[in-house]
Design a protein around this ligand. Structure first.
Ligand code: ATP
Length: 242
């Protein structure tokens, strides 16, 4: 059976600069996969390449085994891939609810339906109901992240790509946000989390990939990879394990 999402020798460039050097990965239906690696390892580039935001060959990204590399982002959303982007990218000046309604309209326009509704989202993150009429720029960072996750979920994804959703947030808020992942997976949604906090990444995932300078240097079950293996894969051979 084909993986839900897979990449095959995925290569990506920014002009003359090569950021990814042949990335092979796969994510199964409902699986949680973490992608770890230092700053600049290529994690965000990997997500962008999947979302059709960078030119890549069709065969390099597959959904259900079908070549989808380089497909425009809306078509990827239509196929069930949604991203919580780095920096959240909310629509400033619009309320929480209006930000979320943009996603509802988009999903409808793209013909995607599924189990996520405003009501269900309010159960996941009750603060989004309380702040429904608040402009997003007045929210705390954690609340904004919840809107960003909510917006992606309302696109009814089969797989949710999360780019550093813990960045800049207080530990309590990070726990609150990560506590939502099991509920999201319970809907059958697969998740890729890009995460700098290795412990968090391990506890939130079934499997992980570690990247270093545009290459996968380690992959395995999250509960089976050792600290030494991660240290070497994260920093390269010869570096001290932290
Ligand atoms: P971070 O945690 O800092 O976001 P990352 O692992 O997500 O790191 P990427 O953002 O994917 O890394 O960057 C991978 C490489 O590509 C880096 O060397 C980065 O400088 C380069 N890069 C990223 N975006 C661009 C761009 N728009 N133009 C040119 N180079 C870029």
């Amino acid at each position: 059976m084909s993986a839900l999402l897979s990449t095959h020798g995925l290569v990506a460039r920014y002009g003359d600069f090569q950021a990814l050097y042949g990335i092979d990965t796969e994510v199964g239906e409902g699986e949680a996969v973490a992608l770890i690696g230092a700053n600049g390892a290529g994690k965000s580039t990997f997500l962008r390449a999947i979302m059709g935001l960078l030119p890549v060959d069709p065969d390099m990204v597959r959904i259900d085994g079908q070549p989808m590399g380089g497909t425009p982002t809306d078509r990827m959303v239509q196929k069930g891939v949604a991203i919580v982007p780095e920096g959240r990218r909310l629509f400033r000046g619009m309320t929480v609810e209006d930000n979320l309604r943009v996603a509802i309209d988009r999903a409808e326009h793209l013909g995607r339906s599924g189990g996520w509704s405003l009501e269900r989202l309010h159960k996941l993150f009750p603060i989004l109901r309380d702040k429904a009429r608040t402009p997003v720029q007045s929210l705390s960072g954690g609340q904004q992240q919840m809107v960003s996750i909510g917006r992606a979920l309302l696109c009814q994804p089969r797989i949710l790509l999360c780019d550093e959703i813990s960045l800049g947030l207080a530990p309590k808020v990070i726990r609150e946000i990560y506590a939502a992942l099991p509920e999201i997976r319970a809907q059958g949604t697969a998740v890729i989390v890009v995460e700098q906090d290795v412990g968090l990444a391990q506890s939130a995932s079934d499997r992980l990939y570690c990247m270093l300078e545009g290459r996968v240097t380690l992959s395995g079950r999250s509960d089976a990879v050792t600290r030494d293996q991660i240290g070497e894969a994260y920093f390269g051979a010869g570096h001290a394990v932290v």
